[in-house]
Design a protein around this ligand. Structure first.
Ligand code: 2IT
Length: 447
């Protein structure tokens, strides 16, 4: 690695001794952007990489709430505002027991590149809490969301930082969070949060956006190899919002998602998650708060494999839609051994760096930063609609999503080729995302 990049990487490591996830994504990005950093000596002069790797600010706060029995609980809340050079900070909120500052930092760092790739004016952030939504009543969820927003509101705003959902934060939580923001500020700042319900400023297609966008991107990849999605089998992990959108779009296009999974194991459905009933059942499973994949197998009479991941199933396309680092070397070897030709990351950073390098040697690999950018892209369109106080039709939003995903694919292919990587969607996504942010940072001076 070039001397400047090595020095910055050493500094980042020294400054983040207990943030392995954050270091993982920084190392992965640095590998891709080396040729463009070599070409631009001004990046070193203006300390672009140093600034790129240190968040603008990070807040941590106590969240105190009471359960239905009147017992008091304490959780930790976070918001990491990483890079504000191309627009107001933008990124989701994750409620899950394993959330730490490290989780927030890696997600916010990835968001910098993702949001830049969308071509929309959005900076990067991420937030959340180590609150575990599993088994909580509706009123407990509401009180938690209100307590969380009672701290968060002072750091956000439609032109400041705009949260949305992520794991554990769906339309119900967004509603409670928005309601509390409005109550505290006594204003209708509709664009302060995205993923809202349609009755109070949400955008059509936002719930499906991450999954649909992933499939639009996948279609571009398949096109390059003279293939399409019809009759292809797809392995999906997870059964949340993103997996749901993927199943729905794959079914519409004549393909078949044959697996879903949860922390308890995976379901193998050779007929595919293709009917309306099956696809809507995924939503019910999520709403139930049980976090249990076996419910699907019980309901539709298909095979359930406890305590296992889906990657042993033979399919054409693998699409991890669950959690970070769910694919390490062992899983990557299974995927390759099964002859999977397309490895399309959808969840944020689902692959360890070692596994990612291995997969790149054997399959066509697409990176989550680009593939799942449809979610935040439609969030940006929701902000536009809110500022106009006017809503676009489903067709219009869906067309824009399609265009944005095609453009992300195209700019990634071009960027990788120009930097000498050949057809490398991982490198291309990182480079294209980086260049726009670096340009804006230099233009705005040392800040
Ligand atoms: O990871 C992501 O891009 C999201 N959870 C969506 C963020 C957003 O602001 O819509």
């Amino acid at each position: 690695m070039n001397a400047y990049m090595q020095r910055v990487l050493d500094e980042v490591k020294a400054r983040n001794p207990s943030e392995p996830l954050f270091l993982q994504t920084v190392e992965e990005v640095f590998k891709s952007i080396e040729p463009v950093v070599e070409k631009h000596p001004e990046y070193e002069k203006y300390a672009v990489l140093e600034r790129l790797c240190e968040p603008d600010r990070q807040v941590a706060f106590r969240v105190v709430w009471t359960d239905d029995e009147g017992k008091t609980h304490i959780n930790r809340g976070f918001r990491v505002q990483f890079n504000g050079s191309i627009g107001p900070y933008k990124g989701g909120l994750r409620f899950a027991p394993n959330v730490t500052l490290d989780t927030m930092k890696f997600l916010a760092f990835e968001q910098t590149f993702k949001n830049s790739l969308t071509g929309m004016p959005i900076g990067s952030s991420k937030g959340g809490s180590d609150f575990d939504p599993r088994g909580k009543s509706d009123m407990e969820i509401m009180r938690f969301c209100q307590a969380f927003m009672t701290e968060l509101w002072r750091y956000i705003g439609p032109d400041v930082d705009v949260p949305a959902g992520d794991i554990g934060v769906g339309s119900r939580e967004i509603g409670y969070l928005y309601g509390q923001y409005k109550r505290i500020k006594a204003v209708w700042e509709n664009g302060v949060i995205t993923g809202k319900g349609l009755s109070y400023g949400g955008s059509l297609v936002r719930p499906e956006a991450a999954g649909y966008g992933a499939i639009y991107y996948l279609c571009e990849v398949l096109k390059r190899f003279g293939e399409d999605i019809k009759d292809k089998t797809v392995a999906v992990s997870g059964f949340g919002n993103v997996a749901w959108g993927v199943c729905k779009k794959v079914a519409q296009m004549g393909g078949k998602v044959v697996t879903i999974s949860g922390p308890d194991g995976y379901c193998y459905d050779p007929d595919g998650v293709v009917t309306d009933e099956k696809i809507s059942y995924l939503l019910k499973m999520r709403e139930s708060g049980r976090d249990r994949a076996q419910d699907y197998a019980d309901k539709f009479g298909c095979e359930f494999v406890p305590k296992s991941k889906v990657w042993g199933v033979k399919v054409d396309i693998a699409m991890p839609c669950a959690y970070q680092n769910e694919i390490g070397m062992a899983e990557a070897q299974q995927i390759v051994a099964n002859g999977v030709k397309y490895y399309i990351e959808v969840a944020n950073m689902p692959t360890t760096n070692e596994a990612l390098n291995y997969l790149k040697e054997h399959c066509v690999v697409a990176p989550s930063k680009a593939v799942n950018a449809g979610g935040v892209a439609i969030s940006a369109l929701e902000m536009i609609q809110n500022s106009m106080r006017y809503n676009w039709t489903e067709e219009k939003v869906d067309n824009k999503l399609h265009q944005i995903m095609t453009s992300i694919y195209d700019v990634s292919v071009d960027a990788a080729e120009q930097a000498g990587f050949g057809y490398d969607l991982v490198a291309g996504g990182n480079i294209a995302g980086f260049l726009r942010v670096a340009d804006a940072m230099i233009a705005q001076g040392i800040v």
